[in-house]
Write a protein that binds this ligand. Structure first.
Ligand code: MSP
Length: 482
């Protein structure tokens, strides 16, 4: 029976245009989704944009635009960026969609009716950059650790969510592995947080943030932007917010048959909310928790966080211009073991591009096809999937190591290249001898390309087409040297 695979990225804030960080998560998700689709699993890949809240409203105002017009423009930029990176999502969800709005209201009303949301008052600190409530402990020199800004003092009447009620249940599910947090060190970190600090009830609505979803029972308040945002993972599947869960329509985006997520990808900056508020909301809604959260690292430029003020921001479109779409996908995914922080720079990218793509894969394909064509050698390659390579790649992906799939394949390619240099088939006269050297290497290239379809779709397709001919011909270079 075909397995089900549901993968999500965070939905991205529209206060800024797509950057290399959001591209990194999205490319990784795309690779996992393509792999599962190729393997015959029933796969759903959801991404989208997080469009409400004070931060977005402020940005719209700064640009002299109505919030809806502003978010439409930025959401379109995300969609264009993902299209340029060849991201094959199944649905792009936007939190300002009417369907999402209604579903969030229905869900919050359900939580309110059962007493999990109650009238209260919040007094404390709030970081608008994170759109998160902060305790003194979270701050470094009084400033938000992620944003370097002094959080605002907030004191207002609001509705609170009984987060504390779910502490025990969630912690037990994390510990037992029913709700996996990966890698292990992130699981430990969250368990320590639960055990040392624990969960306090949190403000779940705002009085003075009009760019949000009005609470159905008190229209003077809007839903806390994270409460609104989390539900995208359900509304993106076509859920109408009701309990028991009902799809919006039969024609909805895949229906709820995909629930719960197999894995939700994100970076460490939003792990804590995903490991506390999000599962608590699901328990309140009486829905199953995601099977796993996978926390990848941060991409740093020359060991520093990317920021406009440092002038070290690398944009996906600049990378595409220099390295092509597949070059960009390759360089980002191979930059670091998935799960670790990665230090990137233009210099490193240039070097790796030349070594692995121009001189590596590109040159090997050119060498082999050139020699085969020149000597008019008919190959008889197997079009079957290489079970051994495939199994190894599948295992690395099950371990959340797409980078490892690439480095393993590159070892195979490198061996082929070395073999050609040793055997020097260009000095040989006997066609059979030449074939004996080149055919296994051509087979390796074709086998690798079948796996690379999930990683470098355009390049893989070209190679598969080229190497599926009886007489393989030389084609235009895959990766021009920089
Ligand atoms: N809107 C929230 C998420 C809501 S999900 C219900 C949000 N959006 S965000 O636009 O700020 O994107 C955060 C995500 O972008 C991170 O979790 C991570 O996936 C990615 N990254 C942003 N910068 C990054 C790097 N420099 N490196 C790697 N990924 C980082 O938070």
């Amino acid at each position: 029976m075909a397995k089900k695979f549901y993968i999500t990225t965070p939905i991205y804030y529209v206060n800024s245009v797509p950057h290399i960080g959001s591209a990194y998560t999205t490319i990784a998700a795309d690779i996992f989704a393509r792999w599962h689709k190729m393997s015959g699993d029933k796969t759903f890949f959801l991404t989208g944009t997080d469009e409400h809240g004070a931060k977005v409203a402020a940005k719209a105002k700064e640009e002299g635009k109505e919030p809806q017009q502003f978010v439409n423009e930025i959401a379109a930029k995300y969609q264009a960026a993902w299209q340029n990176l060849n991201i094959n999502y199944d649905r792009f969800v936007r939190t300002s969609e009417e369907n999402h709005l209604k579903a969030v209201q229905t869900a919050l009303q359900y939580m309110y009716n059962k007493g999990d949301i109650y009238q209260g008052r919040y007094e404390g600190l709030y970081c608008r950059g994170c759109e998160q409530f902060k305790s003194e402990r979270d701050l470094i020199d009084g400033k938000c650790a992620d944003h370097g800004t002094v959080p605002e003092k907030m004191s207002e009447d609001c509705y609170m969510f009984k987060l504390s009620k779910y502490q025990k249940k969630i912690l037990a599910k994390i510990k037992s592995g029913e709700f996996k947090i990966l890698p292990q060190e992130k699981k430990n970190e969250i368990i320590a947080f639960y055990e040392k600090e624990g969960l306090n009830d949190i403000a779940f609505s705002r009085k003075n943030v009009s760019w949000g979803i009005p609470l159905p029972w008190d229209k003077a308040q809007t839903a806390y932007v994270w409460a609104d945002a989390f539900l995208n993972y359900l509304t993106g599947l076509g859920w109408d917010g009701s309990n028991p869960p009902t799809p919006l329509s039969k024609g909805g985006a895949g229906g709820l048959k995909f629930w719960p997520p197999s894995v939700q990808l994100m970076s460490k900056d939003i792990l804590r909310v995903h490991a506390t508020i999000w599962p608590a909301m699901l328990l309140s809604l009486e829905l199953p928790l995601p099977q796993a959260l996978f926390i990848h690292g941060f991409l740093l430029v020359d060991s520093k966080k990317m920021s406009k003020s440092l002038g070290n921001v690398i944009k996906p479109e600049e990378m595409i211009k220099r390295y092509g779409v597949d070059g960009t996908r390759y360089l980002l995914i191979s930059a670091t073991p998935f799960g670790n922080d990665g230090d990137i720079s233009w210099n490193k990218f240039d070097e790796k591009y030349n070594a692995d793509l121009a001189n590596g894969l590109g040159n090997l394909v050119a060498r082999v096809s050139n020699l085969l064509e020149k000597n008019q050698i008919a190959t008889d390659l197997s079009g079957e999937i290489n079970k051994k390579l495939n199994k190894k790649a599948g295992q690395a992906l099950a371990d959340f190591r797409p980078d490892l799939v690439l480095s393993d394949l590159w070892l195979v390619l490198k061996k082929g290249d070395e073999k050609i240099s040793q055997e020097k088939p260009w000095q040989m006269e006997d066609k059979n001898k030449i074939k004996k050297v080149l055919q296994p290497i051509a087979q390796d290239i074709l086998d690798a390309a079948k796996i690379l379809e999930a990683f470098l779709p355009q390049t893989a397709e070209k190679i598969i087409k080229q190497f599926s001919q009886k007489i393989i011909k030389k084609e235009a270079g895959l990766f021009p040297r920089i």
